[in-house]
Structures are given as structure tokens and as C-alpha cells.
Design a protein around this ligand. Structure first.
Ligand SMILES: NC(=O)c1ccc[n+]([C@@H]2O[C@H](COP(=O)([O-])OP(=O)(O)OC[C@H]3O[C@@H](n4cnc5c(N)ncnc54)[C@H](OP(=O)(O)O)[C@@H]3O)[C@@H](O)[C@H]2O)c1
Length: 346
């Protein structure tokens, strides 16, 4: 008898509030496990899909991209890798379905996770802390390390002399995807120059950035150009949705020596390129799950967690306990956060 499952459902396009109701339990297929959810992290996409009614065509639907929990069922293909009771975090694939079911979405009590996007959590790390990482790691990795984007060397390849002499600009370095980008780029050996609000500079430096500029400083562009003048710049990672930021990045790269390429998280950012600088987005990149990079990054992540080399940032902030709090968390995130990842415990 499969366990009974419940989910936070988005019943119709732009429904004002999610509804908690029963949901099917789905057993794992090849390369899959099922977890009992312990913590869910919220992402801007959860807000955007509900409020703007984009991306989804079928309703009712279940959203959610970041989840941690305890393994309850394992496909025989992974019997040597996972055991019942293992604590894991994973990237939930909420835009995918199995037999029409939203079994891969995070906002439910039982979630199907698929390789390569699963990492075991060390004993001393809380579920809610581990849940801050998955989507941030995937988004940053696809912007930084894919051939179609910045094509940098991934941390899984180890630090080389080549990476140590190069500098990356990360705009939005205190955001979730930005802070994962700062950590992965610095752990691959690159020097990182971040841009964030002054109140978050200590956090950005603690992630490995060697320099941080204040996004609100009117002299930021001149200061960044001066700082980068004697550095080999390998491009920029735009980890925030702001036209002003894209304009400023293009100006900085235009006036600095080095690569005039920006990898952005913003759909359609290509059209916003100025000054002969090229902008690409991770939406053009091939699916990391289907190439070696996804596997390498998630194996690296599990090891980095095990060896305490990764910080669980932005810091988790628990909004409530129970699926009933998913809507509260979506509404709170819609108002904006600063260096925080909102969490619902289950
Ligand atoms: N393409 C993809 O696959 C993909 C995947 C995930 C997310 N995204 C997008 O990526 C963006 C970031 O997502 P997230 O989850 O990382 O967001 P988030 O953590 O919720 O972003 C909040 C942070 O953004 C920073 N910020 C806001 N405006 C800024 C600006 N003008 N300059 C610098 N920093 C700024 C704030 O920094 P301060 O408090 O320091 O000001 C705050 O810490 C969103 O637009 C999201 O939709 C895209």
C-alpha cells in the first residue's frame, strides 16, 4: 500500500492561493528515488508562475524547485547508491511530469528525485539549510560552465594556474543564484568581483569574493573599471533581473580588457546587450541533466558538503511548518528578500 501523499496545488492559471489537497504517490523509475519531504525552499519562479500565469499549460499543477528529505523508496538501479533513511537534497523538476503526474515537483509530501540532481546531506546539516542550494547551483553552473554560456572551468575540475589568474564579475552576488556562482567560481580558482548592497558585502566576501562593489554607489562603474584594469576578465555573470544592471555590466566589460561576454539568468536578456558586449542566457544551454556537467557538479556538491567546503547561503529563513504555509512563503517572497532563502518545513 503506497503512502498517502498531499500537495500544495495551483488549481488554475493565476489562482490567488494554492490549495492543500491529496496527490498521487509515484514510485521511482530508473535513476530515481522518492523522498519524504522535510524542507522546501522558495524561488522567484514559484512567484512568477503563479502571479503571471506563465510557463505552465496544464492545471491543476504542483510547483517547487528545491527540496530536502529522507529517502523512502529506491529504484533497483540505485540500490547500491542510496539506502532507506538517507538524508538528501535535490533539484525538483517541476516542469516535468510522469504519466501526466507532477511527481517531480517540490510542494508535496513525497517527491521523486532523479539523478544527477541528488546529493546526500551530512549529518550535522539541517534539511532547511541544504534546501537553499539546488536551483541556485544548477542555474549558476549552467551560466558559468556550459560551452554555450561562459565556458569556465567547473570546480569539479580542480584549481589550475589558468583559473587563478582570471577574474569574473558577478552582479547580484548576494542573490541565491549569485551566491552559488560566487562559491563555485572561487572554488574553481577564479577571482570573483561581486556587486551587491553594502549590507551584504561581508556575506559575499565570506563566499570567496575578493572584492565587492555597492550596487547603489553612483561611482560603481568607474570604480569597477579601475579595479579590473590590470586583471584578465573572463566575462560576467548577471544573477539578477535588472535592466540597469545589464547596462552597467556591458559598460564595465566594454571599458575593461578581456572577454566581452555576459551570462544572464534573465529570459530575453540577449536583446539588451549594448556597447558590443554579447549577452547569452542559460536558456540556450543544453540540459545539464543530459550531459557530464550535471553529473560532475552534483558529485562535487555532495563532496563539498561532506568536507564543509560549501556554505548554505543565502541563509535559510523558516516561514512556517506544513504545506499550508507554502502560499505564505510565496507571498512573502513576492515582496522581495535580501540575502535570505525562504523555507517551509514539512
Ligand atoms: N534562468 C534560470 O534558469 C533562473 C533560475 C533561477 C532564478 N532565476 C532568476 O534569477 C534571479 C535571481 O534569483 P534568486 O533566486 O537568486 O533571487 P533572490 O535570492 O530572491 O534575489 C534577492 C537578492 O537579489 C539582490 N538584488 C536585487 N536587485 C539587485 C540589483 N539591482 N543589483 C544587485 N543585486 C540585486 C538582492 O541583493 P541585495 O539585498 O544585496 O541588494 C537580494 O539579496 C531572478 O530574476 C530569478 O527569476 C533564473
Amino acid at each position: 500500500m503506497p503512502p498517502s501523499n498531499r500537495a500544495s496545488w495551483l488549481m488554475t492559471k493565476q489562482a490567488p492561493a494554492n490549495v492543500v489537497d491529496s496527490a498521487p504517490y509515484t514510485s521511482p523509475s530508473m535513476d530515481e528515488i522518492v523522498i519524504k519531504t522535510k524542507a522546501i525552499a522558495l524561488n522567484p519562479a514559484d512567484v512568477i508562475v503563479q502571479k503571471r500565469g506563465i510557463l505552465l499549460k496544464e492545471y491543476p499543477a504542483i510547483l517547487g524547485c528545491d527540496v530536502s528529505g529522507e529517502v523512502v523508496e529506491i529504484h533497483p538501479s540505485l540500490a547500491d547508491v542510496y539506502a532507506i533513511g538517507d538524508r538528501v537534497t535535490g533539484a525538483a523538476r517541476c516542469m516535468e511530469r510522469k504519466d501526466g503526474k507532477f511527481c517531480y515537483s517540490a510542494f508535496q509530501e513525497y517527491v521523486v528525485l532523479k539523478l544527477p540532481y541528488i546529493a546526500k546531506i551530512p549529518k550535522d546539516v539541517a534539511y532547511e539549510d541544504a534546501a537553499v542550494l539546488p536551483l541556485g547551483i544548477n542555474t549558476a553552473a549552467s551560466c558559468l560552465f556550459m560551452d554555450e554560456t561562459l565556458g569556465l572551468k567547473a570546480p569539479s575540475m580542480g584549481i589550475t594556474e589558468d583559473t587563478q589568474s582570471k577574474t569574473l564579475l558577478v552582479w547580484g552576488a548576494s542573490s541565491s543564484v549569485g551566491s552559488c556562482g560566487v562559491q563555485m567560481a572561487t572554488q574553481a580558482g577564479y577571482k570573483v568581483v561581486g556587486v551587491a548592497s553594502k549590507r551584504n558585502h561581508d556575506m559575499v566576501r565570506s563566499l570567496g569574493a575578493s572584492m565587492c562593489f555597492d550596487q547603489g554607489d553612483p561611482t560603481l562603474i568607474d570604480n569597477a573599471v579601475a579595479y579590473l584594469s590590470d586583471k584578465e576578465v573572463v566575462g560576467a555573470f548577471d544573477a539578477i533581473n535588472s535592466d540597469l544592471a545589464l547596462n552597467s555590466i556591458c559598460e564595465i566589460l566594454d571599458r575593461s580588457g578581456g572577454k566581452k561576454l555576459v551570462a544572464s539568468v534573465v529570459p530575453g536578456a540577449e536583446e539588451k546587450a549594448t556597447k558590443g558586449v554579447k549577452i547569452v542566457t542559460n536558456f540556450v544551454a543544453s540540459d545539464m541533466a543530459r550531459n557530464e556537467l550535471g553529473k560532475a557538479i552534483w558529485q562535487w556538491l555532495e563532496k563539498a558538503m561532506e568536507e564543509s567546503r560549501i556554505k548554505y547561503m543565502p541563509q535559510s529563513e523558516v516561514v512556517g511548518e506544513g504545506l499550508e504555509h507554502v502560499q505564505d512563503a510565496i507571498d512573502l517572497l513576492a515582496k522581495g528578500v535580501s540575502a535570505r532563502k525562504l523555507i517551509v518545513l514539512i
